[in-house]
Structure formats: C-alpha cells, structure tokens
Design a protein around this ligand. Structure first.
Ligand code: GLN
Length: 477
C-alpha cells in the first residue's frame, strides 16, 4: 500500500467494503510519515498509538455490521492551532509548548463522528502569523517540491504533508491566506470557506473577525467531502452561520458551461510572475472553450487590501494574545521578582519576534488617540472592499485570480524583510476582509518545476460554485 496514492473518497469506500482495513491504511501512513517527515518536518506531533487504536475500533465496527461515518478509516492531519483533548496544542510557540488541551474543537468532534483517523498535528508559523512556516518554534517545514524552499504559511505543515503524500486530508486555518497560499506553493487544493461556515470553537484565535478553518487535500472532491463533515452551525460559536449545509460533492461535475467568470485587472498587474500570468490565462481560455463566459469586473479598493488587513489582523491579535500572561496558559518565566516582572519575562521569553512585532503594531493601532486614525479607518476601508466584491458578484458567479504573485520562495529569502513577506499576501487577504469563500487549485508548473496556484473567489456561501469551477480546472489542466 502506497500512501502517496491515497485519496479520501476512495479510501472511505475501500475501508467500508472491507477491501482494505483501516488499520493497514493507518500503519502505512504512520510508517511513511516516520521516514519522509525527517526531511519535511510537516508534523509537530504524530499520534501513533491513538491512531492505531482508533483504526482498530473502526475495523471492528465494520466487521460487526455497524454503520460508519463518511470518512471511515481516512487518515487526517490537523494544524496545531486546533484543540484536541488530552494532547498538546502548541501553535508552534514556546509559550504553549507544554499546553495540554482540556477539550476538543468542534471540527475535531465532527471528524471523530465521521470516523476519520487523526494521525497528528502539523507545523505552522507561530500563532499562524506568517507566510512561510519559518517562524515556528519547532523549525521550518520544507516544500516537498524543493527542500530548499518554503511550503508557504501559515498552514505549511498541512500543505506539505499532503503534497509529500503523507496524508490525503488535512485541516488548515486561514486569516489572510494561510490555507490558499501554502496550497498554491505545494501544489494541493485548499479552501477557505465563507466566514462563519465552519465553527471556530477550539481554534486558537489570531484575528477573530477574519479567522476561518478549512479543508485541504490532493483533489477537489476530497476537499468537498471534508467540507461536508466540518461545515455547519455550532451552538459553541455564536458567529457560526445557521445556513443549511448542502452536499458539496453533488454538483462538482456539472462543468463550466454557462458560468460567468469575473476577471479583475487589479489581480493581474505589476509584480505578477509572467509564467503565472500565462498559465492562468491559458486556463481561463480553456474554461471559455467549455462554455464559460468571461466578464471584466473592477475592484477599485484592492490596492488598500494589504494595509487594511495588516491593521485589522494585528489589532485583533494584540487583543487576543493578551491572554498569554503566564497565569492562565502555558509558559511562565522562572523565579519572577514580582507580578510585572513575571508578565514581562513570560511574554518576552515565550513569544517569537514576528508575534511580538504584531502585538506591538496592533497595540499601537488600537491605542487611544490613534484608534480612529488606524483601526477605525481600516474598518471603513474593509467595508469598501467588501462592497466592491458585492457589486462584482451581481454580474459574475466567481472571480478568477492567481493565488500568489510568484512560486514558493527560498527558505531565508524574506524572513528578515517583513514588508516584502506581507506583500506576498496581496491576492489572498481580500477574501478574508470580505468574508467570502476562496479556493486555490493547482494550475500547472513553472519551468523550474514549482507549482502554480489559481484562486477562485465566490460570493458568501458560494462554496458549491467555487468547488465546481475548481473541479473543471482540475479536469482541464
Ligand atoms: N500570511 C498572513 C499573515 O501573516 C496570513 C496568515 C493567516 O492566514 N493565518 O497574517
């Protein structure tokens, strides 16, 4: 059994029909992780025993003729910023290095109910703040396509684990692109659902008005299957939407005929790698040949998206991260002189440089006298950006863009230039600001053999349309 060939939909069918056992699948995955992850470092923890026990339970249920869930026996990895009861949830930070979670995130409960097998927690940028996985306290993750390059971030561990063939499915979280950008860099599929589509209960908060959990996989069908499992209202998360959850796998193969695709010049301007431009345009042409129609749309406030995002995200982060004070969670500095010394040293020693930079930026933007000029103003621009999309979606079903301006960069190339790193998020942050769904789907390879990602954005709760177009791209590619 070769884990690199596994897809979730096929595995679930084979395990249910007893063509393979969940235990054999799990063993194959765990053995492969053991060797392959020495080079990649996609995992922070691997749950060997726990996963094997769970696999045996599922095999027993099937042997006893009991019904099993839609992901029965399918191995999955989860980004290490989601709570799993009895296990550590580190957020790739020293400050939570030994923090053991007392409860399960709602997505984890739903995965268990679906009979998926949780094999481990994946690496990320510390507290999900970053685009490269280099700010992890546990060392960088490598891109399986080129071990000298970053896998993207912050869900880089999840993307790399899938791309290397270690797991067929993973969960990521996306505040400004953290599912889509690593999916693009690693050549896998990653969906950021509409804000509120998936419960955030048990997701460690970064920027609460932007954060969203989403599915990642090798193909579009598996992403849809995983979204079926995790979407829906949750009484534990008052921001989760009561909107009904359709079967996201149902309309995947309808094809592109009759779809109106929006193209915005704001996404194809200066700074876009020419090979990316060419590939995306070739795919748009192929979709048109299959009966889709191309319509030009305009998103005039796009140029302010990065500035707006980095004010709102850092402001909310500075507030959310105030809870790591050495009292309630995780790390506490040794032998403090007094309370203030304990707070100061705990936070100085526990957080890495990028997290501190963001707390400082956010605290400044929220401080009295500056609040209106920075945070307040950013909220107003956010509304303008959301209105641009609303207006565009009156004329089109989806908007096609590159996911990133260029392929995966080299480890170390941008880590000392935060502004350059922030600019890599130029095409992804608007979807979070506008609370709309976006998917990254592989669109081909560069001449250096690095993946090119194409992004498809839809209106709020337009996941079915976005998945249907992504599937069409997958077929045409
Ligand atoms: N790269 C972006 C940032 O550093 C996005 C992070 C994310 O989506 N979690 O803020």
């Amino acid at each position: 059994m070769d884990p690199r060939t596994f897809t979730a939909s096929q595995l679930a069918r084979d395990v249910r029909s007893q063509a393979v056992s969940a235990r054999d699948v799990t063993d194959a995955v765990l053995n492969y992780i053991e060797t392959r992850d020495q080079d990649i470092n996609a995992f922070i923890h691997v749950f060997g025993e726990r996963a094997r026990q769970r696999a045996d339970e599922i095999d027993r249920k099937i042997a006893d003729g009991k019904s099993v869930g839609p992901l029965a026996g399918v191995p999955i990895a989860v980004k290490d910023n989601m709570a799993v009861k009895g296990e550590r949830t580190t957020c790739a930070s020293r400050i939570l290095e030994n923090f053991v979670c007392p409860y399960d995130a709602t997505v984890i409960t739903k995965l268990r109910e679906a009979d998926a097998i949780l094999v481990g927690k994946t690496n990320l940028d510390e507290f999900a703040m970053g685009s490269s996985c280099e700010t992890s306290a546990f060392g960088p993750t490598k891109n399986p396509h080129d071990l000298e390059r970053v896998p993207g971030g912050s869900s880089g561990g999840s993307a790399a684990a899938i791309a290397a063939g270690m797991v067929p499915l993973a969960l990521g979280s996306d505040t400004g692109g953290s599912i889509r950008q690593p999916a693009s860099y690693c050549g896998v599929v990653g969906l950021k659902p509409t804000y509120s589509r998936v419960s955030r209960y048990g997701l460690v908060a970064f920027a609460s008005s932007l954060d969203q959990i989403g599915p990642m996989a090798r193909n579009v069908e598996d992403v849809a299957l995983l979204l079926n499992t995790i979407a829906g209202h949750d009484p534990h998360d008052s921001t989760s939407a009561p909107t009904e959850v359709p079967d996201y796998t149902e309309s995947l193969d309808v094809g592109p005929r009759g779809i109106k695709l929006g193209i915005a010049k704001e996404y194809f301007g200066e700074g876009l790698n020419p090979e990316f431009r060419e590939r995306i345009q070739a795919i748009i042409a192929a979709l048109t040949k299959e009966g889709a129609e191309v319509v030009e749309v305009s998103l005039p406030h796009m140029e302010h998206a990065i500035a707006t995002y980095y004010l709102i995200a850092t402001s909310e982060a500075s507030s959310n991260l105030a809870r790591y004070d050495g009292v309630k969670y995780g790390y506490r500095a040794a032998e403090p002189r007094d309370l203030l010394d304990m707070y100061q040293r705990t936070r100085s020693e526990g957080f890495g440089a990028e997290v501190k930079r963001r707390i400082l930026l956010g605290t400044y933007a929220l401080s009295s006298g500056y609040y209106d000029a920075y945070y307040g103003k950013a909220q107003k621009v956010r509304t303008l950006i959301a209105n641009d999309f609303r207006a565009a979606f009156e004329h089109v079903d989806a908007i096609i863009t590159p996911t990133t301006p260029a392929p995966a960069f080299r480890i170390g190339e941008m880590i000392n230039d935060p502004l350059e790193m922030y600019l890599q998020d130029v095409y992804t942050v608007s979807a979070n600001l506008a609370a709309i769904p976006g998917i990254s789907v592989p669109a081909g390879m560069t001449s250096e053999n690095l993946p090119i990602g194409m992004q498809i954005l839809g209106p709020q709760f337009g996941e079915q349309m976005v998945l249907r177009i992504a599937r069409a791209v997958e077929v045409l590619r």
